[in-house]
Design a protein around this ligand. Structure first.
Ligand SMILES: Nc1nc2c(ncn2[C@@H]2O[C@H](COP(=O)(O)OP(=O)(O)O)[C@@H](O)[C@H]2O)c(=O)[nH]1
Ligand SMILES: [Mg+2]
Length: 213
């Protein structure tokens, strides 16, 4: 087995689509289309080759999310408790050593996210590897050791919600992605969605003219 395949075999991916999307006017973000496809589908296509198992974490429109052909997991606690609730819910059902989390509103996800986070985690002997865009930590782009589940459940049961504070309780490493900052561009508002649509159309038109990719 290649090293790449071995790494992939240890990782379950979860696409976090369980938020209220308040800034998107409450529209279910993952299902909104950009470049002709629901956002969650862009993320799914980028993630699938990087992981052995894959889940979508969603709390509404479950029937529509199931149409993407991967299991859909809802938060095990009610009340939209934030991304940590989605992560814990996926950790409960995952079977691999690690969980890779990404948000549903990031259609520019790169092909090497999992491998680079995994390398950083092992290199630094950490149990959480978080992507750093060069400008900031991107806490929902992370690789987590699944043995952290009891700690995460206790944290949530205590009423805590803040992701950074939970990360800070464990050996964590930042993995530098300053060479790929565009990967973290996520679309939270109708304006950001419209701008991304325009950029993607311009790119498609340019590649059509040159006959390139
Ligand atoms: N499961 C779950 N996911 C959530 C919840 N709230 C937010 N998220 C997810 O967390 C990610 C980041 O949320 P977002 O509103 O885009 O925050 P941003 O970091 O400001 O862009 C998104 O993928 C959301 O779907 C929640 O209550 N439950
Ligand atoms: Mg977002």
């Amino acid at each position: 087995m290649s090293l790449e395949a071995a790494v992939r075999g240890e990782i379950t991916g979860v696409i976090l689509a369980g938020g209220r999307a308040t800034r998107m006017g409450g529209e279910d973000k993952g299902l909104l289309r950009v470049a002709g496809r629901p956002m969650v589908e862009h993320v799914l296509r980028a993630l699938r080759p990087q992981v052995s198992d894959l889940f979508i974490n969603a709390n509404r429109n479950l029937v529509r999310y199931r149409e993407f052909g991967v299991p859909v997991v809802s938060d095990f606690i009610d009340g939209y408790c934030g991304p940590l609730a989605g992560m814990a819910s996926a950790m409960k059902v995952a079977r691999t050593a690690y969980l890779l989390t990404v948000p549903c509103d990031s259609p520019f996800l790169s092909a090497d996210l999992a491998a680079r986070l995994h390398r950083g985690l092992l290199r630094d002997g950490a149990r959480i590897a978080v992507a750093d865009s060069g400008e900031r930590l991107e806490p929902v782009f992370a690789l987590l050791d699944r043995t952290l589940l009891p700690s995460l459940l206790a944290y949530l049961e205590a009423g805590e919600r803040k992701i950074d504070r939970w990360y800070a309780q464990h050996p964590m490493t930042r993995v530098d992605f300053a060479d790929e900052p565009g990967m973290f561009h996520n679309l939270n508002t109708p304006e950001e969605l419209a701008a991304a649509e325009a950029t993607m159309q311009a790119r498609a038109a340019a590649s059509g003219r040159t006959g390139g990719e």
